[in-house]
Write a protein that binds this ligand. Structure first.
Ligand code: ATP
Ligand code: MG
Length: 331
């Protein structure tokens, strides 16, 4: 039964090519549930300018991200697909939500702490600090019930709940408090070369990151070269065996086979055998996605979908913003 009135929403930053981590942590979990909810997915282009970007690259990345959503199975007949910057309400409510947020809360965000370490000589961009309240606005504008994201974004969805509660307490019942959905497996895919760090799309081309559009030979090479450990046992232990555990998670998240069953099947077999199976499964998945991608990489189709999506998104977003403005005394 479709929980018609319940809303699901997620988004990805067009900050590079989409990775296997983005797919397993967020997009796949959205796709398998899109028929159960009133569903929205957006290209988070305002979040992509939290640090300086080349405009032409950003424009292309938005189209690539859209085509990738469709290639991964997002269905425009079931889901409203839009570009964040097409719906101006995101910016306005983001501004309002920033004012509900304490400096301490933002300083405690793990993503801020991690990403601010990599800022160059010019110092830390404010965007990196204040993007979580914008993310809250993204979620709250659509009366969202469920937000499928990877583990790295859990804290931001929890902040959104806190901000919604705070606003409702101060100004009267205005926002719905969302729940986060974190997949039990595949919620934090690690870099294959450095399996203590998350796989990030903005890290650029490297042997540790699998991009959905990677050449399949290269994908195989990346998996076969993945850093593991000096044992030969295929056993899930994130502390002691992060590399092998990461590959087990990838296999399990794609095939649905549970972890104990994978461990059992590979008893007495070596890492080479295991990695070959992981590579087969990943390549099979990417082959299908890449074939679909070519069909959808058509600017006309994409423009139509985005225009239609923005129109529908604006209706709900403007109602919520009006409610918030009324509550604040801005009307
Ligand atoms: P960036 O480096 O630009 O932050 P990213 O790979 O972290 O790129 P985002 O656009 O920030 O991607 O996140 C999109 C979605 O993908 C979010 O829901 C996020 O939690 C999820 N996600 C990102 N990386 C991973 C990962 N390695 N494993 C599982 N989920 C992930
Ligand atoms: Mg990220």
């Amino acid at each position: 039964m479709k929980e018609q009135e319940k809303v699901m929403l997620t988004g990805v930053r067009p900050s590079g090519n989409i990775t296997l981590g983005n797919y397993l942590g967020a997009i796949k979990n959205f796709v398998v549930r899109q028929s159960l909810y009133k569903s929205y997915i957006f290209v988070a282009d305002l979040h992509a300018i939290t640090s300086p970007r080349n405009p032409e690259e950003l424009r292309n990345a938005v189209n690539d991200c859209m085509a990738m959503y469709l290639a991964c199975g997002v269905d425009p007949n079931q889901t409203i697909i839009f570009r964040q910057s097409d719906v101006l309400e995101h910016g306005v409510l983001g501004f309002i939500m920033t004012f509900q947020t304490h400096m301490g809360e933002l300083s405690r965000m793990t993503q801020f702490k991690l990403k601010s370490q990599t800022c160059g000589k010019h110092g830390i961009d404010t965007g990196l600090f204040v993007y979580p309240p914008l993310m809250s606005a993204d979620i709250l504008l659509y009366n969202t019930s469920i937000v499928p994201v990877g583990l790295d974004q859990q804290q931001h969805v929890e902040l959104t709940r806190d901000l919604a509660q705070r606003f409702n307490r101060r100004y009267g019942d205005t926002f719905k408090e969302p729940d986060v959905y974190i997949a039990p497996v595949g919620n934090k895919i690690l870099n294959l070369q450095n399996p203590t760090e998350k796989m990030n799309k903005s890290d650029g081309q490297n042997m540790g990151t699998i991009f959905l559009m990677d050449d399949l030979k290269l994908v195989r090479k990346k998996i076969m070269a993945a850093v593991t450990d000096s044992e030969t046992v295929i056993h899930f232990d994130e502390e002691q065996k992060p590399g092998i555990s990461n590959l087990i998670s990838i296999l399990s998240a794609i095939t649905g086979e549970d972890i104990p069953s994978i461990e059992k099947r590979f008893e007495g077999r070596g890492y080479g055998d295991f990695k070959r199976e992981v590579a087969d499964v990943v390549c099979h998945l990417l082959e299908k996605i890449q074939a679909n991608y070519q069909k959808f990489k058509n600017p006309e189709i994409l423009d139509d979908i985005l225009n239609d999506g923005a129109k529908k998104a604006r209706i709900v977003a403007s109602e919520t913003l009006e409610r918030a403005k009324l509550a604040l005394g801005l009307k």
